[in-house]
Ligand binder design. Structure first.
Ligand SMILES: [Zn+2]
Length: 295
């Protein structure tokens, strides 16, 4: 790699399926890309088991043509264009790991399912990315994956394991020089912010048949656990455009959206995080994921 490939600030995000990045971190990704940071997205599966919202595309689903994965590669590329992110990859290459479906389904254990993959084997692919990109900051999910989906739990395990292995000089020297990630964050949503969003949704005549509940939102925690928040207001348009690009998975209406369950939720413009490794900047909540990181 050349020096041009290594801007001063480098952010790595690890997600389970195409669309998770835009919902959770769309504004953050757009902000850092616009500011000239290198933003690298690694998506662990193609989301082949997702439900399909538009009736005209229903044939793509896993129980019909099973071609949703290829379609979602294109959706993700369109979303990244909206966010200005050029470095997006699939863990081990597109299709290396398959969407494991919801917890408790037979898809959890089918050949190639991400949930069934040994963590170290999957992590090795990510170690190669970490040692090449050399990010100071990693963003992923909490140990529950935010809401218990097997691929989200596995993405957490793989990301945290890869962070350790990438720093270990004895692990696979063939994958590049060791690199220690300075700060690791988990995606969070402060409870009061989610509550405000749902109150706004209930007060607005938006055409969703019903609304989701605060606890349906992945990563909701008591406000006190939030260490860091990114004001995404300047990037709200980019975030909603990116979410809209995942058209098989998301319907966006104004500042609200629904997944295939058709339950309305607020688009969260402020994106919140919990720092779980590394030095927290002094003062109140951090407003920059790179706060305190030496360039
Ligand atoms: Zn997901």
């Amino acid at each position: 790699m050349t020096d041009q490939d290594h801007p001063a600030r480098r952010l790595l995000l690890v997600h389970a399926h195409p669309d998770d990045e835009s919902i959770n971190n769309g504004a953050t990704m757009a902000k850092y890309a616009a500011e000239g940071a290198r933003v690298t997205l690694v998506t662990c599966t193609l989301g082949e088991e997702g439900e399909v919202i538009p009736p005209a595309l229903a044939h793509l689903a896993a129980d019909r043509d099973d071609t949703l994965g290829a379609h979602r590669i294109a959706e993700l590329a369109a979303a990244m264009k909206e966010l200005g992110v050029t470095d997006h990859r699939f863990l081990g290459g597109p299709g290396r790991f398959r969407d494991s479906g919801m917890m408790g389904t037979p898809q959890n254990h089918r050949e190639g399912a991400f949930w069934a993959a040994p963590v170290d084997e999957a992590a090795a692919y990510l170690v190669e990315v970490v040692r090449s990109v050399r990010p100071q900051v990693l963003v992923t999910y909490d140990p529950d994956g935010g809401y218990g989906h097997p691929d989200h739990i596995q993405a957490h395990r793989v990301a945290m394991r890869a962070a350790d292995l990438a720093a270990d000089p004895d692990f696979r020297p063939d994958l590049g020089a060791p690199h220690t990630i300075a700060k690791i964050y988990w995606n969070r949503v402060p409870r009061t912010y989610a509550e405000e969003g749902f109150a706004r949704l209930r007060a607005t005549a938006v055409g969703f048949s019903a609304t989701a509940a605060v606890d349906d939102v992945p990563g909701v925690v008591d406000d006190a656990r939030i260490t860091t928040e990114i004001d995404g207001a300047p990037y709200a348009g980019a975030k909603t455009a990116a979410m809209r690009a995942h058209a098989t998975q998301i319907v966006v209406e104004g500042g609200f959206f629904a997944l295939s369950n058709h339950l309305g939720q607020p688009v969260l413009v402020t994106e919140s995080y919990e720092l779980v490794r590394g030095e927290r900047a002094a003062g109140g909540r951090e407003t920059d994921l790179f706060a305190g990181v030496a360039p």
